[in-house]
Design a protein around this ligand. Structure first.
Ligand code: HEC
Length: 223
């Protein structure tokens, strides 16, 4: 059996815990709404009423300084379009370019770049073929530029295709162009056998091959 004085003491302890809990909650409330500005909150302090200060004009975020005009604009020091890619061209780059081209460009330009894509067959303006002049003789930097800034009714792809991928596509377009006008001297006899006799039509698979490599330095080491 508890004595009355013990009971009172227990009641007192309980009340104390209760008070502590209430004060603790009040504290939490305070931390929820701290005396600082939320992003884009109204402010009476600044003349334009905005708490968020706009960055100073010309501010560039870390890692976003695009100084390399060749890579980002496709242009050389004289503001002329690059005639060669600003990165080494290898098979993975061309395969990446093929994949991106088939996704982003072939719906209009066709998988051969002849301008006969499905969207065109359904009524969209037909783009020029990559295999005739003046496009054939445009420098590779021009293709990068068209993807970056758009051309006529064709919109820009800068927000959808990364800088590196735009170059990969440009390289693949060069491979496509070569595939449609490949000099037969570059074929070995097995390849020539595989060609349909007298055909000038593009052969299956021809478009997926990268351009033949320039003859490298001869291996002087012997075997
Ligand atoms: C929605 C259809 C469409 C898509 C997708 C498209 N294009 Fe085009 N493209 C066009 C049309 C149409 C033109 C012709 C624009 C004009 O003359 O107004 C064109 C023109 C071009 C030209 C020629 C510019 C010139 O000098 O005549 C190039 C190069 C080109 N596109 C590249 C690409 C590449 C690379 C892609 C993929 C990243 C792509 N396009 C995706 C419709 C498209």
């Amino acid at each position: 059996m508890d004595r009355p004085s013990e009971r009172i003491a227990r009641l007192g302890r309980l009340t104390l815990v209760g008070i502590l809990l209430v004060t603790a909650t009040a504290c939490r409330q305070d931390m929820h709404d701290q005396p600082r500005y939320e992003p884009l909150e109204l402010s009476a302090f600044f003349a334009n009423g905005m708490a968020s200060r706009p960055p100073i004009e010309g501010t560039i975020a870390r890692g976003q300084l695009r100084e390399d005009n060749a890579l980002y604009l496709g242009k050389d020091a004289n503001d002329a379009f690059l005639t060669a890619l600003p990165m080494p061209v290898d098979r993975p780059l061309l395969e990446r370019g093929q994949q991106r081209f088939d996704i982003f460009c072939s719906p209009c330009h066709g998988r051969l770049g002849d301008g006969q894509g499905m969207v065109v067959q359904r009524g969209f303006k037909k783009p020029p073929s990559y295999h005739t002049d003046p496009l054939l003789s445009q420098p590779v930097g021009y293709y990068y530029d068209v993807m970056t800034n758009g051309f006529g009714v064709m919109s820009s792809y800068a927000s959808q295709i990364s800088v590196e991928d735009r170059w990969a596509i440009a390289a693949y377009i060069r491979a496509l162009q070569l595939s449609q006008a490949a000099p037969s001297a570059g074929f070995d006899s097995a390849d020539r056998q595989a060609l349909p006799s007298g055909a000038t039509e593009p052969t299956a698979g021809g478009a997926t091959e990268p351009p033949p490599k320039e003859a490298d330095d001869a291996d002087s080491g012997g075997h």
